[in-house]
Write a protein that binds this ligand. Structure first.
Ligand code: ARG
Length: 459
């Protein structure tokens, strides 16, 4: 059978190789619910403006619902000559109700149809993703409670830098995923505009009501320029960008916990249910879930590149290249969904290795900056204090002791103005307690942040 879009001007059917090359049904099939929904809203709008009778509309909508049920059960056969999900559904409608079915495509083209379907699909996917991100944030937040008293080294350049409370780490991840959720919400606003009714490229001479269709489909507004709309894939590129940032956050987290789970760090024990063994080394418990999270993030970022390159040289408006937008977008969502699915239970099920962390907490001079600031508080210029603490650390390194283990005599040799009270800021416990600035790891700051996130995440 020939494709409905080849009738009239064509005197020959398509080459089979062209059909196989040009099909998108194999990947756009997953839009079928959104396509049916869009078609029902379109038919109802056509009825309101008098382009379809009540009876025709009823028949079309009823049949579309039946077709959806068939699709749910995988009953609609796939035919490459029908190219995509839009034509499969329309053809099924025509097969069932004949000429009435042929009226559905009034004042519509597949260009606006596919754009509307994807917008609806992306809108749903964003909502699902937002929920998953919230679940992950909640997993980190629960840890804030259970790890409240643990102190960890914070690193810069992967060198021990300053001590922080473990919840400060968890709150850092909560903040990252919160910005991701903000970005998603913002990009959802631009996704949430209805393109249906711009038809192929210039609009239509028929008296349609685009606002009504948009309302029926739950869109916030309608797109303003038909040429722009037919060509617009910005909403997909920016969604793919937001997904790439999420992938980057997940990948960074995965990398950190892979390091933390090594014998060298021994900071965290991952749940065995998310680890794998080695076929030759019996002792191995490998962090494959985290490695795959790191690995799969590459694909998500690659998909963003694909979308950007796909669009960048296209003249207005719709070009068939745009059919290739869906696989990378779907893949990015699928990948992120899968990554988040395992991230939350890993976060919840991992255990900090408290003893091993505590045993080495005085290594690396995490309290050096606190000592410097203690001197600044006593009136010493920062540059001088920095220099003196550097020298003190040098001596402690030589003696292989922590700063708090140096005698007052030894300290005063470097800085005569130091007195006994300096020991109040030395040692990681004291160092953590000394922080005061907003956003720091100061215990009351951390407590306040945990309380604030508990309120935000419980709504
Ligand atoms: N299969 C096409 C796609 O996914 C649908 C739109 C086709 N439009 C057209 N004018 N050939 O983009």
């Amino acid at each position: 059978m020939n494709s409905p879009s080849r009738s009239g001007v064509f005197q020959a059917g398509a080459d089979e190789r062209m059909e196989a090359f040009g099909e998108s049904i194999s990947f756009d099939r997953r839009l079928y619910r959104h396509d049916v929904k869009g078609s029902i809203a379109h038919a109802e709008m056509l009825a309101t403006v008098g382009l379809l009778s009540e009876e025709e509309t009823r028949l079309i909508c009823e049949s579309l619902r039946e077709i959806q049920l068939d699709l749910d059960e995988g009953k609609l056969p796939i035919r490459f000559e029908l190219e995509d999900i839009h034509m499969h559904i329309e053809q099924a409608l025509i097969d069932r109700i004949g000429d009435t079915g042929r009226k559905l495509h009034t004042a519509r083209s597949r260009n606006d149809q596919v754009s509307t379907d994807i917008r609806m699909w992306v809108r749903d996917a964003i909502d699902k993703l937002d929920h998953q991100l919230k679940t992950l944030q909640t997993a980190f937040l629960s840890r804030c409670e259970s790890d409240a008293d643990v102190i960890l080294p914070a690193y810069t350049h992967l060198q021990r830098a300053q001590p922080v409370l473990a919840p400060h780490y968890w709150l850092a991840y909560i903040e990252k995923f919160s910005r991701d959720r903000e970005r998603l919400a913002d990009c959802r606003r631009r996704v949430n505009r209805c393109s249906l009714g711009v038809a192929a490229v210039a609009g239509t001479t028929l008296p349609i009501d685009r606002q009504l269709t948009a309302e029926k489909l739950g869109f916030e507004s309608v797109t303003a320029n038909s040429l722009d709309t037919s060509s617009d894939r910005d909403f997909m590129m920016e969604t793919a960008f937001v997904l790439s940032v999420i992938a980057s956050h997940l990948s960074g987290w995965a990398e950190e916990w892979i390091l933390w789970s090594t014998v060298e760090f021994n900071f965290i024990k991952l749940p065995q249910t998310f680890c794998t063994g080695s076929s030759i080394m019996p002792q191995k418990v490998n962090p494959d879930a985290l490695e795959l999270t790191r690995g799969k993030s590459a694909k998500v970022m690659g998909n963003l590149q694909t979308l950007m390159l796909l669009v960048k040289n296209l003249p207005m408006a719709y070009n068939r290249d745009l059919q290739e937008d869906k696989p990378p977008l779907f893949d990015s969502f699928d990948t992120i969904f899968a990554m988040l699915d395992i991230a939350a239970p890993i976060v919840a099920g991992s255990q900090l290795q408290r003893e091993s962390i505590a045993n080495r907490l005085e290594e690396g001079y995490l309290d050096a900056t606190t000592l410097m600031e203690w001197m600044i508080k006593k009136g010493m210029p920062q540059r001088r204090a920095h220099h003196l603490v550097g020298a003190i650390v040098g001596e402690a390194m030589e003696k292989k002791v922590a700063l708090k283990d140096l005698s007052l005599d030894a300290l005063q040799k470097h800085a005569p103005e130091l007195d006994e009270s300096v020991y109040e800021c030395l040692g990681t416990q004291n160092a953590v307690a000394a922080f005061v600035s907003y956003g720091s790891t100061a215990p009351d700051q951390v407590k306040a942040q945990v309380a604030s996130w508990t309120t935000k995440l419980s709504s």
